[in-house]
Design a protein around this ligand. Structure first.
Ligand SMILES: *Cc1c(COP(=O)(O)O)cnc(C)c1O
Length: 419
């Protein structure tokens, strides 16, 4: 089930201190999950989590994760800049490429980060933009379907990412000739997977491919990067992913394939790390009864895109009404001129009045960061609930000035009425 650790009084206190909507993140939950993940992989002497920055790119959160010993996985120049500003350096940084500007390779190499190449054609580009490092990572796409047992969990054959096996063999030989001394192997084959067999199944694919490539090319395996994809229970009837069982499952495969050890393991979890540590807090501002019953809130898809984009479920509670019967059925909507701007569709909820405070759960990953400005709507603030129970504004809400900042100066001034 979603993370119900915070009582309604916390959301009410935050909403008394900051205008809604805002995302609230809980430091204690973030630290607890980082420690639990490390416990799950404590059997591996060379294990490290590289938090996927795109999930929650706020420096306050990145600094917390740094204190917990995590590195960062970046995929753009601005994410690299953010990582550097937060004090990540050298092999604290992983850079996962895919069709990016060559200068981003050079930027990663300047920071001493680990480059994760997406394609065989990236090799000469890296050679000319920063140079081939001694340790280099490549992304594998095994093609076909990705199955756990008989269930299809993903379709790598349709995904834009990664090298084929033959390209890896050829590419690693080329990297070796250009001075690489060891390699990492990475793959991301299914997203938001709560099955404890996901990582172990992926690990088996990667461990065996890495071992074979190492033997065929004569380059040692430095690490295997299991990437992201471990899921969280967005629905109340879904069980929590047992991360300790996940780590144990990976250990069994590891001992089978690499009995002598010596190969590191890296993960790049985003959603599992911070998803359950965030909530979008919003007021009901409108009620409408037509062919359906609608509750309009002061947040919209610009603040949380997942329901509109993927039809994703996010649990919603109404402060002060957790025990009330869910005997009303509503569509909970934002204000965008898009009929998919709905946080919930035909959802059974307690009766909601204008002015009620609603909490949209599990917004701590791929929530704020997917935000956008459609309809000229502005992105919200982000608030951290610190370990002492206080609140800290870690990003202010956008203002019209931010929205107009990319226009020509005169046009921006005109729009702001300050010409
Ligand atoms: C998005 C992404 C992640 C994180 O994915 P989650 O589903 O949030 O765990 C990790 N690695 C790469 C390369 C990604 O693109």
């Amino acid at each position: 089930m979603p993370n119900f650790a915070l009582p309604d009084t916390v959301f009410e206190a935050a909403a008394a201190a900051y205008p809604t909507p805002f995302h609230l993140y809980d430091e204690e939950t973030i630290r607890r999950r980082a420690r639990l993940l490390q416990q799950a992989f404590a059997w591996c002497p060379d294990y490290r989590e590289y938090f996927a920055v795109k999930a929650l790119p706020n420096p306050a959160v990145l600094r917390i994760l740094k204190q917990e010993g995590c590195g960062v996985d970046c995929s753009s120049e601005t994410e690299l800049m953010l990582a550097e500003a937060c004090g990540f350096a050298g092999e604290d940084i992983m850079f996962s490429a895919n069709a990016m500007p060559p200068a981003e390779f050079a930027h990663t190499r300047r920071l001493g980060g680990i480059v994760n190449l997406d394609d065989i054609t990236d090799i000469p580009v890296l050679a000319e933009n920063g140079g081939i490092p001694e340790t280099v990572c490549c992304r594998y796409n095994p093609g076909g379907d990705f199955r756990i047992g008989t269930a299809i969990m993903g379709n790598p054959g349709e995904a834009k990412y990664g090298f084929t096996f033959d390209q890896l063999r050829e590419g690693l030989a080329d990297l070796k000739a250009r001075g690489a001394k060891r390699f990492g192997l990475h793959a991301f084959l299914a997203s938001n997977n709560t099955d404890t067999a996901y990582y172990p199944t992926l690990a088996e694919v990667l461990f065996r491919a890495a071992k074979r490539l190492s033997e065929e090319v004569g380059l040692p395996v430095a690490f295997v990067n299991l990437s992201g994809g471990v899921g969280i229970p967005y629905r109340p009837d879904q069980p929590e992913t047992d991360i300790l069982a996940v780590g144990e499952g990976v250990r069994r495969v590891y001992e089978d394939v690499f009995p002598a050890g010596g190969v590191g393991i890296k993960t790049e979890l985003g959603r599992w790390m911070t998803g359950p540590a965030g909530w979008l807090v919003t007021h009901a501002v409108h009620r409408k009864d037509t062919y359906r019953h609608y509750i309009g809130v002061d947040a919209c898809a610009a603040n949380l895109m997942r329901p509109a984009m993927y039809g994703a479920y996010h649990h919603i509670t109404v402060c002060g009404k957790r025990e009330a019967p869910c005997d009303h059925v509503y569509d909970v909507t934002g204000c965008l001129c898009e009929n998919n701007d709905k946080f919930a569709i035909q959802r059974a909820l307690p009766e909601i009045a204008v002015g009620d405070l609603l909490v949209i759960h599990d917004t701590g990953a791929h929530g704020f960061s997917m935000g956008y400005n459609y309809n000229g709507r502005l992105r919200s603030a982000e608030v951290l609930r610190t370990e002492d129970g206080g609140f800290r504004l870690i990003r202010r809400a956008e203002t019209p000035r931010d929205y107009f900042a990319t226009l020509d100066g005169d046009e921006a001034a005109g729009a702001l009425g300050v010409r």
